[in-house]
Design a protein around this ligand. Sequence first.
Ligand code: GLN
Length: 480
Amino acid sequence: MKLNELTMTQLKAKFDDGQATASAAVADVLSAIEAGQKYNAYITVCEADTLFARAERIDKARISGAPLGALAGVPIAIKDNMCMKGVRTTAGSRMLENFIAPYDATVVERLEAAGAIIVGKTNLDEFAMGSSNETSFFGPVKNPRDSETIPGGSSGGSAAAVAANLCSAALGSDTGGSVRQPASHTGTVGLKPTYGRVSRFGLIAFASSLDQIGPMTKSVEDAALLLEAIAGHDPRDATSVDRAVPAFQSFVAMGVEGMRLGIPREYFEAEAGVDPDVLANVRGAIQKLEEAGATIVDISLPHTEYAVATYYLIATAEASSNLARYDGVRYGYRADEAKTLLEMYERTRAEGFGDEIKRRIMLGTFVLSTGYYDAYYRKAQQVRTLISQDFDRAFSKVDAIVTPTAPSAAFRFGQKSADPLQMYLEDIYTISCNLAGLPGISVPCGTNKAGLPTGLQMLAPRFEEATLFRVAGQCERSLA
Ligand code: GLN
């Protein structure tokens, strides 16, 4: 087996036994990336010389017995909306096509402090807006499970890189499902941490009250390991929460004996538009969890039907404000041939942004405008509170909630891109978690009739990622 095919945990064990070196791990990953170019998973691969130099330093340190970080020598990919000093950081947009980040995101600093080798920056929907990776300026990503289908989005490049073994693990960002939904479509594990658990410093902002960086991995244990490395308080992000980071890995094997798991009836109703194969797989998994000792509880999340609408008001409002900074003056793309300052702004934004970004900026500007603010934006904030309260009530009765991750398996290119509403409904199960600031994880849960992976989502109370690792770990074992 090539080193790039191992989970991080397996690779670390090989390093510890002296059966593998970081240099060999980097070599295997780079040749896999070369062979896997057809997936278009990476926008930028870091210089081989730099990667090997770092790997050799780690190998030497290991031989000399120097203390090493938890991820020493592990090749990791990061979504290209996280700043990495001296490396191009595009957010999948023409606007930032040639932008070289002048500083590191906190997650990059933490990965490097743990000894990880960041091999490159992965493709994504432009500014992380999308569910299929079809909106990237750098072209769509192909799903390694079936290259006729989308890998999900917006962290489709990270998901494809993990699924095709073009890295040991990756980071994505999740505003409404962008870590969990592509994980579901590629048969990988994706975790969205509690809002405030992981620093957003250096993450290119989409919707700041919803954005959260999370691990995308080949196993639940790897997700725990990676979350331990990136989580924790950061004074540079005012929304980062100062709370101890538990030893998440220790929860993965604990089992679900005695746990109460809620099944929200609204998520299983016909109107939710869920594919029968997905439903059958999810029901099968719930039964396995029950056999493993969990009690299954019927619950209600009555405001579920408003989640998608609420999200698309709040996320677009925040995006319209965040994206105002791309004006052609400070950094990024600037249109030439403009005769006045206003024309320069207009042309820069007309040429630098793709259609989906413009649609969202227009929608967001509209809902924030005088006269509509109360009718749309304020109303959406109120409904957001109701959605959050639904979860608080549910969590007074259950430890975690189990649902499908996405309404169907991966779909074909072009199938939903002509109809934004269809695309937005991809997030129907993942979005409430962001609105309420909860942690959520998706694990592989069987396949549909065409053999494409489907996913199971678990949600837990804020800062209870440990609970997610228990349930997700059990699913992984029971469904294997
Ligand atoms: N698909 C959702 C959107 O387009 C979520 C994206 C995300 O989580 N970044 O907004």
